[in-house]
Design a protein around this ligand. Structure first.
Ligand SMILES: [Zn+2]
Length: 565
């Protein structure tokens, strides 16, 4: 069915709650497993209808934020969401603690109950006021950043606009852009410190109320982690420092030489990869879309079927328009068995990334569209990002159709970017462990910790940079995940590692790499992260995987003379 024909039925909290309570009662009073299982299926259908309506409304609102109807509906849906969640929780608690627990496990596997139990650890009615306060603080942070009007080069800029200015090839202008950007954060430093300080205290309090020693355990549970621990992450960190940091360091040394700037690099110099600017796609947005369709049709029958389904049913909206929401994402309309891609093409390599990264997510959602129980459709985010980040590499043979004369430059900067990202991302996670394991740190001590970690994970950065904010070790405050979604960041690093493993295998046997990728995607969320990776024939990132993946990337990068760019 086409997106425009999908019917939006405005969800009602009363109607949902009445049905949910009735179904939960049926589960509780079920005499046979068949009755209990029927209640489970009914609950699944009820939630699926709500989720579909919620996503349809959200997407239509984002497509045109000026549409009053969807604007109001969207606000209403956000308001009733916590109440819906509470009803859902009630049902799942009844399932996990009821007499048919073992029968459910036998029929659907252990992961269902395991995930329910992890989720139950994250909530008790006692913390509802804390959750509301947390939302309030997170919104304050988001609004503060969104309100930025940074004066630079004769005009006022938002933070995303400054990101482009901070990559200007002209050394003087680029430095001035970094100074202007840093000044905004410095001017708001007290508020940024205060918001985070309150968030750390609040999250720690919530954790203690729920019986955790500190927020680390609660943070992991909120991310749905079901198969690895902070100790595993500790081993991953060691491997990053041992194998990835040296390669990233050599890439930055090459970069400094190429640009003719000093090493260690200033923040402003580290952000410029090539004097000639970043690789950009050639052609109109329509040409990018046409080439993406051709690419997926040629890649395999399954990806061809997927892309035709997406295009023929209006399941992507990627062009910029007045009144359209910013950013990009992939979501699903469960009842219509359809993924949807939202983006804003802006003429940069991000446009191509939408058609590889977001389409990777959408392809996985399409493949898993009929998986039951619905809980097994999406894995945890660490695995979801493998779907997307690996697809970026599987798309390489078609890069020329997007980038023409910039193709080699694009490939080099894509792969080098993956290597450069892992130390940074791991540092973001390490920082949060330090913070939540030591919740009494002062704001000053947190900045000191960030500076200390910079020395370990990013030794190519000049720590005596006189830049406001960044040079003072406060740069973590611009990383929104730290405020908004604690402990999310390592998911990208774990996924990037597995995507590099796929890259390494592609160099030897592309068909086998693609077969394993499809196997992984076909599992949906029916397994935890480590099992998904292992059962697809890949190594989990907690052992030696990083070492081998990095060496394959290094070999490829050596074949390119980056001086020419
Ligand atoms: Zn993603």
């Amino acid at each position: 069915m086409k997106f425009s024909e999908m019917k939006y039925i405005s969800p009602s909290e009363e109607v949902f709650s009445k049905s949910a309570t009735e179904i939960t009662n049926r589960l509780n009073s079920a005499v046979t497993f068949e009755d209990a299982d029927r209640a489970f299926r009914d609950m699944s259908a009820l939630c699926s209808a709500f989720d579909t309506a919620y996503s349809l409304c959200m997407v239509r609102h984002e497509i045109n934020t000026l549409d009053k109807y969807y604007d109001e509906e969207n606000e209403k849906n956000d308001e009733i969401l916590p109440l819906i969640e509470e009803r859902r929780q009630e049902f799942y608690r009844a399932l996990a603690t009821g007499k048919f627990r073992d029968s459910f496990t036998e029929k659907y596997g252990e992961l269902l109950i395991k995930n329910i139990e992890i989720n139950m650890l994250t909530f008790s009615p006692e913390i509802i006021p804390d959750l509301q306060e947390e939302n309030h603080l997170v919104n304050e942070y988001t609004k503060l950043l969104a309100s930025a009007q940074i004066e630079f080069d004769g005009k006022l800029n938002t933070i995303p606009q400054m990101m482009a200015e901070k990559q200007r090839p002209d050394d003087k202008m680029r430095r001035l852009a970094w100074e202007a950007d840093g000044k905004f954060y410095s001017d708001n430093g007290d508020r940024l410190d205060s918001i985070y300080h309150q968030l750390v205290k609040l999250r720690t309090d919530m954790a203690k109320k729920l019986g955790f020693e500190n927020y680390v355990g609660l943070g992991y549970a909120r991310m749905g982690r079901n198969c690895y621990t902070p100790e595993d992450i500790g081993r991953f960190r060691e491997a990053v420092i041992k194998y990835v940091v040296p390669l990233a360091d050599s890439l930055y040394r090459d970069q400094a030489k190429r640009l003719g700037v000093s090493y260690p690099l200033s923040f402003a110099d580290a952000s410029l990869s090539f004097r000639s600017g970043n690789p950009a796609p050639k052609g109109t947005p329509e040409e990018i879309l046409d080439h993406a369709r051709k690419m997926y049709r040629e890649m395999s029958d399954a990806t061809g079927e997927f892309i035709d389904f997406l295009y023929d049913n209006e399941l992507l909206d990627v062009l910029c328009r007045h009144g359209k929401g910013v950013g990009g994402f992939c979501t699903s309309f469960t009842d219509y068995r359809a993924p949807f891609i939202f983006a804003n093409f802006n003429g940069t390599a991000d446009d191509v990334e939408t058609m590889t990264h977001e389409a990777g997510h959408a392809y996985a959602a399409y493949v898993a569209r009929d998986v039951f129980p619905t809980e097994y459709r999406d894995p945890t985010l660490d695995a979801c990002e493998i779907h997307s980040m690996s697809m970026e590499f599987f798309a390489w043979p078609w890069a020329e159709g997007f980038f023409r004369e910039d193709t080699e430059k694009f490939k080099y900067s894509h792969l080098a970017g993956a290597i450069k990202f892992i130390p940074y991302g791991t540092m973001v996670d390490h920082f949060q462990h330090s913070v939540f394991e030591n919740p009494d740190m002062s704001p000053e001590e947190r900045h000191d910790e960030w500076r200390r970690l910079l020395g370990i994970y990013m030794p190519w950065m000049a720590l005596d940079d006189s830049l406001p904010f960044y040079g003072e070790g406060k740069g973590w405050q611009r990383q929104s995940h730290i405020y908004q979604r604690p402990f999310y960041y390592i998911d990208y690093c774990l996924a990037q590692t597995v995507s590099l493993e796929f890259f390494a295998l592609m160099q030897k046997d592309r068909a086998e790499a693609f077969r394993r990728y499809n196997l992984l995607v076909s599992f949906g969320g029916s397994k935890g992260f480590t099992d998904l990776v292992k059962d697809a024939g890949m190594d989990d990132p907690f052992g030696d995987a990083l070492k081998e993946a990095v060496s394959a990337a290094q070999s490829w990068l050596k074949t390119v003379n980056a001086e020419q760019f």
